[in-house]
Design a protein around this ligand. Structure first.
Ligand code: ZN
Length: 222
């Protein structure tokens, strides 16, 4: 991203562009499944993201819970008889961010938010990784998320989880004074080989894991 375009802030989530869906609903969800509608919206959105140099897709924390999912009536949380059911109350969300991304005139910066499952029904995870358009927003991310991102989803979640728990146990021992605070090889837990050649883990699976956000500050070099 160019230096003139700062990464989206967690706190600045009000869309700059007018509040409108990318595309109007062309058929009711009664005759067309939400999944099909989301996939169709996703095709259009993905085309726009790819042809827009400034456009990026961010995974970020959803701190306020005020942003609305731009999947509109196709949002997996949307209920026609309930107001504001598509507000993003989840811990994490997707932000589509870019200048001239949506048709509101030259130089307009847009920030559109989605539930992770809604967005994942729109655009494939592999397409995101392959494009180089997918980023983690600034902030503290757990080891599992960082490794998942680094290896484009091809990680053994159980191995990372076991390592995270070993690290936490080790930290607890240090704090109780049961282990020397002097490092020597073999004393500290090691992660080992945790990558996979294929079988990419889905983002939703990572984000719902109990150890998703553990070990933020340590073991950066593992
Ligand atoms: Zn949604």
């Amino acid at each position: 991203m160019a230096a003139t375009e700062p990464a989206p802030s967690y706190l600045d989530e009000k869309p700059v562009a007018p509040d409108a869906d990318l595309a109007p609903a062309s058929a009711s969800t009664s005759t067309k499944s939400r999944a099909e509608s989301l996939a169709k919206k996703g095709e259009m959105l993905w085309e726009k993201i790819q042809e827009t140099a400034s456009a990026f897709v961010y995974l970020q924390a959803s701190l306020s819970g005020r942003a609305k999912c731009r999947a509109g009536e196709d949002c997996l949380h949307f209920e026609p008889d309930m107001k504001q059911t598509n507000k993003i109350k989840d811990e994490y969300r997707i932000c589509v961010y870019g200048t001239n991304l949506f048709p509101y005139g030259n130089g307009v910066l847009s920030k559109y938010y989605y539930h992770v499952p809604c967005f994942r029904s729109m655009i494939s995870q592999q397409d995101l990784f392959d494009s180089g358009k997918f980023r983690l927003s600034d902030g503290k991310w757990g080891l599992m998320v960082r490794k998942w991102y680094e290896h484009q989803g091809c990680v053994d979640v159980d191995k990372i989880s076991a390592y995270v728990r070993a690290c936490k146990a080790h930290i607890a021992e240090l704090e109780k004074g049961e282990t020397q605070k002097v490092f020597h090889p073999g004393m500290y837990p090691t992660l080992g080989d945790y990558t996979l050649d294929a079988a990419s883990q889905e983002l939703e699976h990572i984000l719902s894991h109990d150890d998703c956000m553990e070990v933020q500050a340590m073991v950066e070099n593992n």
